[in-house]
Design a protein around this ligand. Structure first.
Ligand code: CMC
Length: 424
């Protein structure tokens, strides 16, 4: 293929560079289109628009491939820990033994949060959604570490901001849960690993001893790996675009958390369980809900089904489905909602509507079932997603800064009134 694409506008031919990625995916570089032709492109939802060149995550939606920095998600989920994957995403390589030791130690050193942040937490009513609490607490870090406001400071300063947020996010997530429960918060236990410490802050009570269940801890670690990055999705794009104005890392991540919250993105994991519960309470008639999802007059969608980029299968869903079976078996839990989920999946996968539209279970279809088995309440599911996605957001923000990307500022086609005068 030529390295130029020709576009004919009103009889004049204009050439635009063709860009090819390392996996041979191609794009027309239209950055000079308006200057040369007076035209812009329009693509609501950016369904066909590349916003950046990125070396972090490769995804082939047709083939169901997901790789972080070249490593297959299946291999990482099997062989790595979440902190190793975090290092990989953020710094571009898997850490050596020594590098990992230092990284882990530094994260452990920063798990505690300023005591005044507890005052902020105390201001939230206990019915506050934990996602709102989480994004607020993350943004409050800008006040406690004002030096972090300047993203142009030294690489060491940026690195310190990165370590701090990686270390404090489990504390914030667990505290958002404690606020919901109306319970006193727990402080980090630095003798434990990342997931063990988080589980202890979530579930230990002052009146009882707490031991981390290795089955739960391992399953959580795997879930976090599966959520760690997903290239230019809604929240990652939000993080990049907020950061492109030179807003700080914490402000950008806080914005990403809010973008993740919606039910069409990370909030789907909460919506899936609520949907499955409703079906169960309604007698378990999955076909009725399948019909509702197909009915164009009905706004109901099958939550946890369909994906903007995966049109064959979501590789994360495959791993999670297997993990859900294992966790439930190991913990000896029988969840009626899992049976409904399996029935619904079977019916949808054999239904011409879902086949034709290439709608398959996504990562969120089964993750909620594992979270439930761990004792995590439904409103915390998207917080768990955020905990996993954090290293991806950091990597996307860092890459955007290192590539010196310009401020994100799309154009539009104006469809409002033409110039007019105020009456009278
Ligand atoms: N149930 C029923 N119909 C659906 C569904 C669904 N879950 N998803 C898509 N469709 C239909 C949709 O009505 C449309 O039909 P038509 O062409 O006749 O208008 C067609 O499939 C294409 O859908 P779309 O909304 O144009 O596709 P999209 O790429 O804009 O949306 C999606 C992708 C994930 C927002 C959508 O599939 C959806 O709403 N799924 C349910 C929510 C969900 O599970 N979200 C989690 C995504 S995975 C986690 C993450 O990475 O954020």
């Amino acid at each position: 293929m030529s390295d130029q694409i020709e576009i004919i506008v009103n009889g004049s031919t204009h050439s635009f560079p063709l860009i090819t990625g390392s996996e041979n995916e191609s794009a027309i570089d239209i950055s000079k289109l308006r200057a040369q032709t007076g035209l812009i492109t329009i693509d609501p939802g950016f369904k066909n628009t590349g916003s950046t060149k990125s070396a972090i995550t490769f995804l082939d939606g047709e083939k169901g491939i997901l790789r972080y920095r070249g490593y297959a998600i299946e291999e990482l989920a099997e062989r790595s820990s979440f902190l190793e994957v975090s290092y990989l995403l953020i710094f571009g390589k898997l850490p050596s033994e020594q590098e990992f030791k230092v990284f882990t130690k530094e994260i452990t050193n920063h798990t505690l949060v300023h005591e005044d942040i507890k005052t902020i937490l105390d201001g939230f009513p206990s019915n506050a959604h934990p996602m709102g609490v989480l994004s607020s607490l993350v943004c409050s870090l800008t006040a406690f570490y004002p030096a972090s406001l300047d993203p142009n400071r030294s690489a060491e300063a940026v690195n310190l901001s990165i370590l701090r947020i990686l270390a404090k996010m489990p504390t914030f997530a667990a505290w958002a849960y404690k606020n919901k429960m109306g319970h006193p918060v727990n402080y980090p236990d630095n003798r434990l690993d990342y997931c063990g410490n988080f589980l202890k802050m979530m579930f230990s009570l002052p009146t009882e001893d707490f031991e981390v269940d290795p089955v739960i801890s391992e399953a959580l670690d795997k879930l976090l790996i599966l959520h760690a990055d997903h290239e230019q999705n809604c929240s990652a794009s939000t993080v990049r675009i907020v950061g492109s104005s030179q807003a700080s890392l914490y402000a950008s991540i806080s914005a990403g958390i809010n973008a993740l919250w919606g039910p069409l993105h990370g909030g789907a994991n909460q919506a899936v369980i609520e949907m499955l519960e409703n079906i169960r309470k309604d007698g378990g008639d999955t076909q009725k809900y399948l019909n509702k999802a197909k009915d164009k007059q009905d706004p109901f969608r099958l939550m946890g089904f369909g994906h903007r980029v995966y049109k064959n299968f979501d590789p994360r869903a495959k791993i999670i489905k297997k993990a859900a079976d294992q966790v439930l078996e190991k913990l000896g839990i029988q969840d009626p909602v899992l049976d409904i989920a399996k029935k619904l999946e079977d019916a949808a996968l054999n239904d011409p509507y879902f086949i034709e539209k290439k709608l398959y279970p996504n990562v969120d279809f089964y993750s909620g079932i594992i979270y439930r088995a761990m004792g995590i309440p439904t409103e915390m599911f998207t917080v768990m997603f955020a905990l996993g996605r954090l290293p991806g957001w950091i990597a996307q923000w860092k890459e955007m800064r290192e590539n010196n990307e310009p401020i994100g500022r799309p154009r539009q086609i104006y469809t409002g009134k033409n110039l007019r005068k105020i009456d009278g």
